[in-house]
Design a protein around this ligand. Structure first.
Ligand SMILES: Cc1cc2nc3c(=O)[nH]c(=O)nc-3n(C[C@H](O)[C@H](O)[C@H](O)COP(=O)(O)OP(=O)(O)OC[C@H]3O[C@@H](n4cnc5c(N)ncnc54)[C@H](O)[C@@H]3O)c2cc1C
Length: 336
């Protein structure tokens, strides 16, 4: 594909999961729309999959002006080499100004591959994207106890990944008009790495994103035994269980339960943070919570400045008593 005049467009790499668009893709199209309106350029989306035609219409209804679709049974599941080849070729030809994608498992792998091949910068796990006074993309991430602005003034496209839930889902407007451009996909796709099968781990636990009540815990749980108490608290309250990074690093729980900048964005009615310090990278993930409480043995912990209710106690001695009282209270209510 030949190099054309730079389109200056705002691009989104959208993603399908079980033949349906991932919510983060439409959220990014909504954000791209507002950036593109300020820059007075189009929003363009790339969507690869087995049957991307119908989802492409949803992308237009969400705010896209043009959707490049690549349809092939070979693209049914994400294939890093093949996806990267197709996207790099198109980016080189069309030269968008900005390129964003979700911090999904696909985005976390594909974005750095694209950035390296396009020799541009990439900011992962942004929590906001705005335009600065020179119309550069101000890519904001939590760092050093505050928000850090990252700019990419020289290389193009300016690339960022963003987790689901950071931006709102736009209202669909089915009257919007847009163009669907079908990409030519070679019948023989060469790849050094091939995904043969996707096995989805089953999770019996409540989904964090839709939970009304979340108990999240961190390093203060101390050890696996301490973590069992956190799980017991969540079970007693019928809450979903979340965590901070150290709990994953220690192997007490898996990455799927991590809340924050590089984890999930949640918006429960009630959140309790146990044995966690309230670092911004975790707290950005709970900014949608309505009522918040924390249990921490350090009265000076920054978490107490960010919650509505605080308990200064050692969680290892406090939790067994707390669980006992909640259980007694629940039994009393059943008997009454
Ligand atoms: C680029 C980047 C992205 C990141 N993304 C994320 C993310 O998405 N999510 C995330 O969580 N982190 C993330 N982190 C890590 C983050 O910066 C913090 O290191 C992490 O959130 C701290 O976890 P914590 O609060 O459990 O641990 P700590 O900061 O060590 O805090 C432990 C707390 O437990 C308390 N405590 C200790 N013992 C007890 C006890 N017995 N009883 C009660 N309280 C006790 C202590 O007083 C302390 O306040 C990221 C970091 C980087 C650099």
């Amino acid at each position: 594909m030949e190099k054309e005049k730079p389109s200056g467009a705002v691009w989104v790499i959208a993603e399908l999961h079980d033949c349906r668009l991932r919510t983060v893709s439409t959220q990014l199209v909504g954000k791209a729309r507002s950036l593109a309106n300020k820059l007075n350029v189009p929003v363009e989306v790339i969507l690869l999959g087995e049957q991307p035609e119908e989802p492409a219409k949803n992308l237009i209804a969400s705010g896209a002006d043009r959707v490049y679709i690549g349809a092939s049974s070979d693209l049914a599941v994400y294939q890093s080499d093949v996806y990267a080849d197709i996207i790099v070729k198109l980016v080189r030809a069309k030269q968008p100004e900005i390129l964003v994608m979700g911090s999904t498992f696909m985005g976390r792998e594909l974005a750095p591959i694209l950035a390296a091949r396009l020799q541009t910068g990439l900011t992962a796990h942004c929590i906001d994207l705005v335009l600065d006074e020179n119309n550069l993309l101000d890519q904001q991430i939590p760092a050093y106890g505050g928000l850090l602005s990252i700019l990419c003034p020289e290389k193009r496209p300016q690339m960022a990944t963003v987790a689901g839930g950071v931006f709102p889902t736009p209202e669909l407007d089915s009257s919007r008009k847009g163009e669907v451009v079908r990409l030519e996909i070679p019948t023989e796709l060469s790849a050094r790495v091939r995904t043969l099968e996707v096995v989805i781990e089953s999770h019996d636990e409540q989904s964090l994103e839709s939970a009304a009540f979340i108990v999240a815990a961190g390093a203060g749980a101390g050890d696996a035994k301490g973590w069992n108490q956190i799980e017991a608290l969540a079970a007693t309250l019928n809450a979903a269980l979340g965590c901070t990074r150290p709990a994953v690093d220690e192997g007490w729980t898996d990455l799927e339960t991590m809340i924050g900048q590089s984890g999930k964005m949640v918006s429960p009615q009630f959140y309790i943070g146990v044995g966690l310090s309230g670092e911004l990278q975790h707290m950005v993930g709970v900014k949608g919570a309505q009522i918040m409480a924390a249990i921490n043995n350090d009265p000076k912990s920054p978490v107490f400045e960010q919650v509505d209710y605080g308990v200064v106690e050692d969680c290892r001695t406090f939790l067994p008593l707390f669980i006992e009282r909640i259980t007694a209270f629940q039994e009393e209510r059943v008997t009454c």
